[in-house]
Design a protein around this ligand. Structure first.
Ligand code: ZID
Length: 197
């Protein structure tokens, strides 16, 4: 089976969760990257069965998440992390949560992944140096004016689409990695509610 890493799962409402379920239903092993400050509540909720209903797969079994990695995609490596973040109680309890460290941990734990999903609402993209495919989520506000989609999000999505083209060319040629971004349509996730959607 395939092994997938989904960055950006901290509850059962967002795209990351839905994508994880689809991949699990298709037989993939699921690893997730969870924003460090949300880690505790996510793991506790998982353990207490709060997500059991939404873990239900079409075949009747429950989605298993093999491992939850703490992740803060704002930081590429430990040198990037400012002292106040390092000292922050919510961060100090976890370790190896920068992008490079998570990539190294996953490599140590499993050797490689086949599928990388970027479902982060406000972090830079993460990258993998293994073969396979990568996907992210974009929105039409990159191309057209969508009133209310502010705070730099429209430019971030424009950059994401540009990066997707460039990476597809670079990674595709060098390592046969497929790089795509999709606009799946509106979903009332935590991030979407936060922008009044
Ligand atoms: P979500 O809140 O469920 O997922 C975002 C995740 O990112 C959360 O788990 C956060 O904890 C995590 N996160 C944030 N910062 C960091 C960080 N620094 N390090 C690690 N993790 C972090 O929201 P979601 O499922 O909506 O977002 C997933 C992706 O889908 C994002 O890239 C969105 O921009 C994208 N997307 C969502 C929608 C939508 O409707 N929800 C749309 C397009 C793209 C869309 O069609 N208005 C109308 C339509 C749309 C958006 C707005």
């Amino acid at each position: 089976g395939k092994r997938a890493f989904i960055a950006g799962v901290a509850d059962d409402n967002g795209y990351g969760w839905a994508i994880a379920k689809s991949l699990a239903a298709a037989g993939a092993e699921i690893l997730v990257g969870t924003w460090v400050p949300a880690l505790n509540i996510f793991e506790t909720s998982l353990r207490r069965g709060k997500f059991d209903e939404s873990r239900l797969l079409p075949g009747g079994s429950l989605m298993e998440i093999t491992k939850v990695y703490p992740l803060d995609a704002v930081f590429d490596n430990p040198e990037d992390v400012p002292e106040d973040v390092k000292a922050n109680k919510r961060y100090a309890g976890s370790s190896k949560w920068t992008v490079q460290e998570v990539a190294e941990s996953v490599k140590q734990d499993y050797g490689s992944i086949d599928i990388l999903v970027h479902s982060l609402a406000n972090g830079p993209e993460i990258s993998a140096d293994t073969g396979g495919s990568s996907i992210s989520l974009t929105y039409i506000a990159s191309e057209r004016i969508i009133p209310g989609y502010g705070g730099g999000m429209s430019s971030a999505k424009a950059a994401l689409e540009s990066d997707t083209r460039v990476l597809a060319f670079e990674a595709g040629r060098k390592n046969r990695i497929r790089v795509n971004t999709i606009s799946a349509g509106p979903l009332r996730s935590r991030a979407a509610k936060a922008i009044g959607f």
